[in-house]
Design a protein around this ligand. Structure first.
Ligand SMILES: Cc1ncc(COP(=O)(O)OP(=O)(O)O)c(N)n1
Ligand SMILES: Cc1nc(C(=O)O)sc1CCOP(=O)(O)O
Ligand SMILES: [Mg+2]
Length: 530
């Protein structure tokens, strides 16, 4: 730890301090400690850099981020149009508000627009102990606009850097901090890292993204003993606005979680590389340098491709569950089978693939999703949350020995559809608590499609339906000869039937689906009349 006002012994390593601190916080909270970064930086109205980048980075890395705003900038993808520095005493007030109340693990500084603001920050750090300080010595924006003038250089050198656990200058900033020396090669970057280290920071990362003529992005990390040349591929994109802020705040986030410094730096580099690669083609703004997507979500499904309607119980009416063995037997592809089922009236489709390779499953899911989306029919994936996520399917169906519904919900988020197989009232209750949208209940009749599947019969189905707070779809041995009986019972919450062989172990999927749909319509309308 580099500052005065430190509670923990300097002889402890960063990681040891983390453990001591965690147990202290846990005592206070009576639970798990929340890793916490305080970002002291400027606001970027375009939200690619500054405070906004720090907030998004910490959110993406699972770390809480509080903020002290040092300046408000009017900027976009073209450049910085105006800067309004926040008065120093108000920066001090923000620091006090956060640090006097919250247990901050790591402070990350970005744009510090005046000597006064640097001093205010240092005073606060002397008063309130934190475990690490990450300094991103922001001086010039990526668009070339000056964000902290040369008058601040000596304060950075003499007062801020000696307090830093790591400083992360780019080539221009490293050069400015070292009095304007020329930095043109990786060897120069090593020299700069060493010279900067001599100013007092525990670690230095000189970022070589701007180094001319290099195929890779090479950064030099120096901890006072060893140099590390950290390489990542140079991604061809204009969407690089905010990479410096993001890298520094990701380092801070990883340190807050307890990572050692070099690990934090490596993870942060990988995170930036992944986000740049993901975002290389996104279009935000008309300027020459766009922002990137910290949360890797903006592209998913290209929005207009998403299902517009939320799940409704009527989606369960005729539930088609696929089986590639049956489709192969009848000589058709999965996509053709799904298309025919939808044409015949299937209201929801589940891809149930027990023996296919993951790669093939994913490709099938993507192809079937295109068909389902074009008809507004939801597509669920049986068992495999990973395949559902990777294909952006509409949800999953899980059984009692698969991923619990609560975990599936956490992984998939609030919009996706989750169905759970339930044979008992207790399981139905758990599915509801776990955040499921519907339950599948069976086997209503015996089936050869699923081995060793206990039959609960119509009575078992009725019992589960009447106790369920969720809509129910019946499954197991249902076909054209008995579907009318199942739906004709008029049991509350029973919204449809799910079938495999009655549709797919047949020559003509379209005709079989139409037939079953007509039967279900008739049965449900006559049960309503009774
Ligand atoms: C709609 C519907 N209901 C029940 C099941 C069975 O799920 P599970 O118990 O996980 O068994 P497998 O299908 O994974 O063998 C289902 N798939 N769909
Ligand atoms: C996948 C599945 N789950 C069941 C359960 O009881 O939970 S029965 C079943 C197989 C249903 O196939 P078919 O319609 O060919 O009988
Ligand atoms: Mg299962």
């Amino acid at each position: 730890m580099a500052y005065g006002g430190v509670i923990l012994s300097n002889s402890l390593s960063f990681y040891q301090k983390r453990i001591v601190m965690s147990s202290r916080v846990q005592e206070k909270n009576g639970g798990a400690s929340i890793p916490h970064v305080l970002s002291v930086a400027g606001s970027d109205s375009g939200a690619g850099a500054g405070i906004q980048a720090d907030l998004k980075t910490c959110a993406a890395r699972g770390v809480y981020c509080s903020t002290v705003i040092t300046a408000v900038t009017a900027q976009n993808t073209v450049g910085v149009q105006s800067v309004h520095a926040v008065p120093e005493d108000f920066v001090a007030q923000q620091l006090k508000s956060v640090l006097s109340d919250m247990q901050v693990d790591v402070v990350k500084s970005g744009m510090l627009p005046s000597v006064g603001v640097v001093k205010v920050l240092l005073q606060s750090l002397a008063e309130f102990s934190v475990r690490a300080l990450v300094v991103d010595p922001v001086m010039v924006s990526t668009s070339g606009d000056v964000l902290a003038g040369p008058s601040i250089l000596s304060t950075f050198r003499e007062e801020l850097l000696p307090m830093a656990d790591i400083v992360t200058p780019n080539i221009k900033e490293a050069s400015a901090l070292l009095g304007g020396i020329r930095l043109e090669t990786v060897a120069d970057m090593r020299t700069a890292a060493e010279l900067l280290h001599a100013l007092g920071p525990r670690n230095v990362l000189v970022k070589g993204g701007d180094l001319p003529g290099s195929l890779d992005a090479v950064d030099i990390f120096f901890n006072g003993e060893h140099f590390y040349e950290l390489r990542s591929s140079r991604i061809k994109t204009h969407n690089t606005h905010g990479t410096g802020c993001t890298l520094a705040s990701c380092i801070a986030a990883e340190l807050a979680k307890g990572s050692p410094m070099l690990t934090a730096v490596r993870v942060a580099k990988r995170y930036v590389e992944t986000a740049l690669e993901y975002s290389k083609d996104i279009l935000i703004g008309n300027g020459i340098q766009g922002p990137f997507d910290h949360l890797l979500r903006l592209k998913s499904g290209s929005h207009s491709f998403h299902r517009k309607d939320a799940f409704t119980p009527s989606d369960l009416f005729l539930y088609a569950v696929t089986d590639s063995g049956m489709n192969k037997k009848w000589g058709r592809s999965m996509v053709d089978a799904v298309a025919e089922a939808i044409q015949g009236g299937a209201t929801i489709v589940q891809l149930r693939e027990k023996d296919v390779e993951t790669r093939d499953f994913l490709e099938t899911a993507k192809s079937c999703l295109a068909v389902c989306r074009s008809h507004g029919v939801p597509l669920l994936i049986n068992d495999r949350i990973d395949v559902a996520l990777a294909s952006d399917a509409d949800g999953v169906h899980v059984g009692q020995s698969d991923m619990p519904a609560t975990v599936a919900r956490t992984l998939l988020g609030p919009e996706k559809i989750i169905g759970v197989s339930c044979k008992t009232i207790e399981q139905a209750q758990q599915a509801w608590i776990g955040g499921a949208d519907y339950i599948g209940s069976g086997g209503v009749y015996s089936t050869t499609t699923k081995a060793n599947n206990p039959t609960i019969g119509l009575d078992g189905l009725k019992t589960v339906c009447s106790a369920s707070k969720l809509p129910v779809v019946a499954i197991g041995g249902i076909n054209a000869s008995n579907a009318g009986t199942v739906m004709g019972m008029g049991v509350p919450n029973l919204k449809g039937v799910a079938v495999v062989s009655a549709l797919f172990d047949r020559e003509d999927v379209l005709a079989e689906t139409k037939k079953l749909h007509a039967l279900l319509m008739e049965a449900s309308s006559s049960s309503k009349m009774q």
